[in-house]
Each structure stands twice: as structure tokens, then as C-alpha cells.
Design a protein around this ligand. Structure first.
Ligand code: GLN
Length: 508
């Protein structure tokens, strides 16, 4: 990181004579839409915006550590390019917007570690489709963001590259596994970011850091070039400062990709177009299994107030039940670990990743994997291998698949009666660094409200809905019908227009 800081300051100074004084413009807090109108009206150039954000990264990284790799040279070059595009009149919403992406997305020629030692020196030969789509629209890449190793975790404490800290309180975790993606948005280190969500990894950190995070329906966004954790659950999604930005990024990344056989070939709506239609008459379900005793009182209070806000806006509430919710965490930790144990077999020192010195092939495999993987990843590979082993396959893996179907059916049934569901994102606000790291079960339970959505394969969004007594953001979750991201975005937008939570900034 010290080297990156030096490069940033060198490059910024070199370019300074070409840029105006932008200190009164508060670039680091802008949304995509605000920066876009500043770029279009030439109040700002992309180069000026990019430099301001690189300077911000330099200033706050020692406290936050959102990034694994900063790419200032590429960022400045793409910003200059974007400025030429803008000057020639070829400008779309994302042209010249400085973004950063989780280090799970392959980026051609740029190191991609997935938070793991085993990929410390991995330079991908191609890029993820989702990132390519943003890049092709002129977005500027600031760098690659910290995450739990192979996206396994809820706190960012499982990264091989140090813990990312919550910009609202640096003694707290930012959430995980896309903790770097959430912290960067909250700390003014990127205008928006991309994350991935297998069991909550976009929504939970978005909730803990006070940003908007959307997990699209499985199949809506291409997973090509995204390092696989659990292939039947993984999805890519935006993390942004407001709902309109979230819709804008989804507009850019959604859609069929022939390179991802699980991406769905269905028309993509214009997500930004229907944001303002309001929630009058919208039927919102409140699943009783998500409003349990033991929910943190601040989270409970935030939910009660959010329900009131929606009532005032004309939505109707319906009490519902998702009866198999209790089994979701256990089901997830069988299916996700089983898939992970298979996906991570490729890191063997031959095909991919760190290779240890050894006397023979078997020893080389063992040593490479022992040295390259961290504790949590090893735990999950062992759990998953066990669940898939002959003799236990039926009792664990097959059983989990059957329960997954029951969970999915709960969702299908409920969506006959309601348009969306409203729930907490996490049972508590961000917890302290170190608080749960030695208790995997407690850590796994922090995803209790997000995991069922991945098992059901549908879409959900986290958006800022309040603060705890000690000043930590609390998100609310809106769960939508499969491929109905439009409705949760519209409902989120209506809430945002009626509240001011999303406008508060962390004072880091
Ligand atoms: N925290 C969950 C896990 O560790 C979810 C992670 C994710 O969504 N990538 O598996």
C-alpha cells in the first residue's frame, strides 16, 4: 500500500497542472448521477474527479484498507480517454465515472487475488463480463477491493491482505465478504463498486456501511470471469450511494452472456425508467420468522419505523410465513461448502496458484494448498468434502438439496400473495473486529436473513434505513420475485425519497 501511495502522489502531481482547483466540489461524495452531470456540463473533467478520488484513497487507506490493489496509472489513462469521449459528444451515464471492483473479478493484466495468498501473483489473461460491460461504457477502474478469502466470510477478517475497517467506526468490521466494496463507497474512495453475493456478501456489508447493495436474481448478471465460490448461489451486483445509481449499474451489467451457461436469455428491462412509480397499493410481506426475539433493539426499531414510512407512502402490509427459514443456514453451509470444495480443487500449484517446493507431486499439492489457503477456506473445503463423500452424500448433500427446494417453495408460495418482502438485513449492526472470528457458528448466524434469498435464487436489496444508538448504519432488506428487480428498486427509491438516511456520511 505504501508503494501505491507513492505512485498516486507522483502521478497526481504530474497531472496537476492540467486540472482546475476542485476543492469546493466535494467530488468524493458524489453519486454517479451527480458526477455525470458535472462531467457533461464540463464543470469537472473525469481526470479531475479521478485525481480527487485517488488523493482520497491515499488519505484514508491507512485507516480503512478497502483496497488490495490500487491502479492509478490505468485510472488516469482511462480518465483522459473518457474526457476525450466526452469532448467529442460520446458520453453515457458511466463515461469517466471512477469505480472499483471486488478482487474476485478477473481483470486482464491486473493482479486478482480473491483475498487469498494462493493467488498472490495471479495476473488474469481476460476480464469478467460484468467489469467489461462497465469498462466498455467508459467507467474508470481505480483498483481491486478487499474481501474475505474466496468470498468466505461475513467480516472481512478472513482476507489474506488484512482487515478492512468500517468507515463509521474503525474498531468495527465493515461486513463481508464484499467489505472492501462497501467501505470504499462509504469512505469516499469510489463513486460506486461491484460486489458478489453468495449468502449475503453484498447486502450485509452494504447494511453495515450505510450504502445500497443489490443481489440480482440468479442468472440475471453474468458470472463469467468471477472466481467461483459456490456456483449455484454466486451473483454479481452493484454497491452504491443511492438507489438510482444502483439501477444505473444494473442497467449496464444485466443480461445474457453466452460465456455463462447459467445466465438467462430474457429481455432486460430499463431499471432506471420505472424508479419513480411509487408504492401506492404495493403489497409488502413481513415474514414472521425474520422478526424474532433476540433481534437487536436498534434493528427492531429501524424496521418498525421503515414499516411506518411505507404505510404513509400507501403500501399495504401482509403477515406471512416462510416456514423452512430455520433450516436455511445449515442447508447453505452444506451446499456452499460442497460446491466450494469442488471449485477450489483447481488451486493445486499446477493449474492455478502458488506452487510450493516439494520432492514429489503429492507433496507439492499438499504443501501448495496448505501454504496458500487460510484457515476458514480450509475449514470449508473439509466440510464440503465430507458432505460429498460416499457414505455421507445422501445424509448431508442430497438432504440439503431437498431442503433447498422446500425453502424455494416457501418463496414461490408467498409471492402469490405479496409483491415484495421487507426484512432486516442482519440481526445486529456491525460488530467489533475480533468479536466473532473465533466462533464460526456465531459468524455464520450473522447471515441468517440473507442466505435464504440465495437458496431461493431470487433478488434482494439492502438500503440505508437508520442508525444504531452508537452511530452505526442499519439497512433494511427488500426481497423481490425472481427477475423482478424493478419492483424492489422502485420500492427502495420511494423509501429513499421519504427519508434522509442515505445522505449521511461517515466522518472518516
Ligand atoms: N458470509 C457467507 C459465507 O461466508 C456469505 C458469503 C458470500 O455471500 N460470499 O459464506
Amino acid at each position: 500500500m505504501r508503494l501505491a501511495a507513492l505512485i498516486i502522489s507522483f502521478l497526481c502531481q504530474k497531472s496537476l497542472n492540467k486540472v482546475r482547483d476542485t476543492s469546493n466540489m466535494n467530488i468524493i461524495e458524489m453519486t454517479i448521477h451527480e458526477l455525470h452531470s458535472a462531467l457533461k456540463s464540463k464543470k469537472l473533467s473525469s481526470l479531475e474527479a479521478t485525481i480527487a478520488i485517488l488523493e482520497r484513497i491515499k488519505a484514508v487507506e491507512p485507516k480503512v484498507s478497502s483496497f488490495i490493489t490500487v491502479t492509478p496509472e490505468q485510472a488516469l489513462a482511462s480518465a483522459k480517454n473518457a474526457d476525450e469521449q466526452i469532448a467529442s459528444g460520446h458520453c453515457n451515464l458511466l463515461t469517466g465515472i471512477p469505480l472499483a471492483i471486488k478482487d474476485i473479478f478477473l481483470t486482464e493484466g491486473i493482479r486478482t487475488t480473491c483475498g487469498s495468498r494462493i493467488l498472490e501473483n495471479f495476473i488474469p489473461p481476460y476480464s469478467a463480463t460484468s467489469w467489461e460491460k462497465l469498462r466498455d461504457r467508459g467507467a474508470v477502474l481505480l483498483g481491486k477491493l478487499n474481501q474475505d478469502e474466496f468470498a468466505m466470510g461475513s467480516s472481512n477478517e478472513c482476507s489474506a491482505y488484512g482487515v478492512t475497517r468500517n468507515p463509521w467506526d474503525t474498531t468495527c468490521i465493515p461486513g463481508g465478504s464484499s467489505g472492501g466494496s462497501a467501505a470504499a463507497v462509504a469512505a469516499g474512495e469510489a463513486i460506486a463498486t461491484l460486489g458478489t453475493d453468495t449468502g449475503g456478501s453484498i447486502r450485509q456489508p452494504a447494511s453495515h456501511c450505510g450504502c445500497v447493495g443489490l443481489k440480482p436474481t440468479y442468472g440475471r448478471v453474468s458470472r463469467y470471469g468471477v472466481i467461483a465460490y459456490a456456483s449455484s448461489l454466486d451473483q454479481v451486483g452493484p454497491m452504491t450511494r443511492d438507489v438510482a445509481d444502483c439501477a444505473a449499474i444494473l442497467d449496464a451489467i444485466a443480461g445474457y452472456d453466452p460465456k455463462d451457461s447459467t445466465s438467462v436469455n430474457m429481455p432486460v428491462p430499463d431499471y432506471s425508467a420505472s424508479l419513480k412509480e411509487g408504492v401506492k397499493g404495493l403489497k409488502i410481506g413481513l415474514p414472521k420468522e425474520y422478526f424474532i426475539d433476540g433481534l437487536d433493539p436498534d434493528v427492531q426499531k429501524t424496521m418498525t419505523e421503515a414499516i411506518e414510512t411505507y404505510r404513509r407512502l400507501g403500501a399495504e402490509f401482509i403477515d406471512i410465513s416462510l416456514p423452512h427459514t430455520d433450516y436455511a443456514v445449515a442447508t447453505y453451509y452444506l451446499i456452499a461448502t460442497a460446491e466450494a470444495s469442488s471449485n477450489l480443487a483447481r488451486y493445486d500449484g499446477v493449474r492455478f496458484g502458488h506452487r510450493a517446493e516439494a520432492g514429489n507431486l503429492l507433496e507439492m499439492y499438499t504443501k501448495s494448498r496448505s501454504e496458500g489457503f487460510g484457515t476458514e477456506v480450509k475449514r470449508r473445503i473439509m466440510l464440503g468434502t465430507y458432505a460429498l463423500s460416499s457414505g455421507y452424500y445422501d445424509a448431508y448433500y442430497v438432504k440439503a438439496q431437498k431442503v433447498r427446494t422446500l425453502i424455494m417453495n416457501d418463496f414461490i408460495k408467498v409471492f402469490n400473495d405479496v409483491d415484495v418482502m421487507l426484512t432486516p438485513v442482519a440481526p445486529t449492526p456491525a460488530f467489533k473486529i475480533g468479536e466473532k472470528i473465533n466462533d464460526p457458528l456465531q459468524m455464520y448466524l450473522s447471515d441468517i436473513f440473507t442466505i435464504p434469498v440465495n437458496l431461493a435464487g431470487t433478488c434482494a436489496m439492502s438500503l440505508p434505513a437508520g442508525f444504531s444508538a452508537n452511530g452505526l448504519p442499519i439497512g433494511l432488506q427488500l426481497i423481490g420475485k425472481p427477475f423482478d428487480e424493478e419492483t424492489i428498486l422502485r420500492a427502495g427509491y420511494a423509501f429513499e425519497q421519504a427519508t434522509e438516511w442515505h445522505t449521511r456520511k461517515a466522518s472518516i
